[in-house]
Design a protein around this ligand. Structure first.
Ligand code: HEM
Length: 386
């Protein structure tokens, strides 16, 4: 970054005119009066509403309300003699500086809606308490082809932003701060397609299979208290549990199906997201509904039937997945829930017969305790390790 870029005049210019310029750009106004080659045009990130890094919960789970378009998940291990408490506190400080735009390692990029969500793997959680939520490892499931380096890990940095440049730059800053106390284990980037409105004030993106993904979940405050956020013990209250699964998808084989066959795999219409049993995109599938000749409208092996929380007997998980193209097309499935069984019981039921699973191979897998929110007075991780 050039020194001139740090001068107050440039910042003052952006502050004073960024909104007006953005409004002009968004309105499609490109007249000479709004874009001048001698003046910097704010990037999209400069005009996005910032997401507070501090509070009762970490950002990047329910905030921002529509997940940002780009993600980088970095999973690292801690050296065996590293004390987690000070490291987490320092990472929290760096997260605050990055999201405030005051960390020079951002190289002058406006932070926009950048969020960093920090999680702890089971090994580290066990050092704080063997019975704590997040202390248990994920079991193995079918259709896994996971190299040992892509299973588990001590530390998750989930970094999301609308600006695709920000996640790798923020990751480099965080890893720099951690220094030789951590060793990177695996990383995965992902993107989300255009958001589609699915209910009042709620959107969900399409995934690489063309289907709207992320419709059902704990969306009301009451559902989130019940199924998403950990209520206790005090050291983890306000946190949650994350599951990450990189699932490669055989796109060629899926695309060879007719649209009706593709819809039967999921149990929803591809175009609209409406369940095959009818209603609106926001409706839950009516699993008992049948055709006049007695066949279920939502087939017995449809994904939405196999994964239905009531049928599985678990709470709702908040799915915040990203599509991938490296190392192969697929989905970085990400779910947040306050009970690991919500995930494990669902996948166990899918494993038995889910029309979607034969198109997938899982190549990375991990679970994390997402630490409760933090602020200046209560550093990240302090309730667990102080
Ligand atoms: C390649 C992998 C996957 C893809 C492409 C995928 C896609 C979808 C889509 C399109 C829907 C329907 C719309 C919605 O409610 O969002 C859905 C629903 C759902 N999925 Fe997945 N999914 C995948 C893997 C998983 C896994 C591994 C789990 C958990 C173990 C899971 C759990 C759920 C749940 C709980 C629902 C809501 C079911 C309902 O109540 O209607 N999915 N998924």
């Amino acid at each position: 970054m050039h020194d001139a870029d740090r001068t107050p005049s440039r910042r003052a210019f952006l502050d004073a005119t960024g909104g007006a310029l953005a409004a002009g750009l968004l309105a499609g106004c490109t007249s000479d009066s709004t874009i001048r080659p001698d003046r910097p045009v704010p990037s999209a990130a400069a005009t996005l509403a910032p997401v507070a890094a501090t509070g009762r919960h970490q950002a990047g789970v329910t905030l921002p309300r529509s997940a940002q378009r780009n993600l980088l998940a970095v999973v690292a291990d801690l050296g065996t003699t590293v004390a987690p408490g000070p490291l987490l506190a320092e990472l929290g400080e760096t997260v605050r500086a990055l999201t405030a735009g005051s960390d020079p390692r951002l190289l002058g990029l406006p932070p926009g809606d950048l969020t960093v969500t920090v999680g702890l793997g089971p090994r580290l959680v066990r050092t704080a308490g063997a019975a704590l939520p997040g202390a248990a490892d994920l079991p193995r499931f079918s259709r896994e082809r996971i190299a040992s380096g892509a299973r588990g890990g001590d530390l998750l940095l989930q970094i999301c932003a609308d600006d695709p440049l920000l996640p790798p730059v923020a990751a480099a800053a965080l890893l720099d701060r951690a220094g030789d106390r951590v060793r990177e284990r695996w990383r995965q980037s992902g993107r989300r397609g255009t958001d589609v409105p699915v209910a009042k004030g709620r959107t969900a993106p399409r995934n690489v299979l063309g289907f709207i993904d992320g419709i059902v979940g704990p969306h009301t405050a009451a559902e989130r208290e019940r199924d998403l956020w950990l209520a206790g013990p005090a050291s983890v209250a306000g946190g949650t549990l994350a599951v990450l699964r990189r699932m490669e998808i055989d796109l060629t084989r899926f695309a060879a199906l007719s649209v009706a066959e593709q819809e039967a795999v999921f149990g929803r219409h591809r175009d609209s997201g409406v369940p095959l049993s009818g209603g609106t995109v926001a409706s839950g599938p009516e699993l008992g509904a049948k055709t006049p000749d007695g066949r279920y409208l939502v087939p017995v092996d449809a994904h939405v039937r196999r994964a239905n929380p009531t049928v599985v007997g678990v709470g709702h998980m908040l799915r915040r997945s990203y599509s991938t193209d490296e190392p192969a097309p697929g989905l970085l499935f990400i779910s947040f829930q306050n009970d690991l069984r919500t995930f494990t019981a669902t996948l166990a039921r899918m494993d038995a017969s889910d029309a979607l699973l034969p198109f997938t191979t899982t190549t990375a897998s991990a679970s994390f305790l997402i630490l409760p929110g933090f602020d200046r007075q209560h550093p990240l991780g302090s309730r667990l390790f102080d």
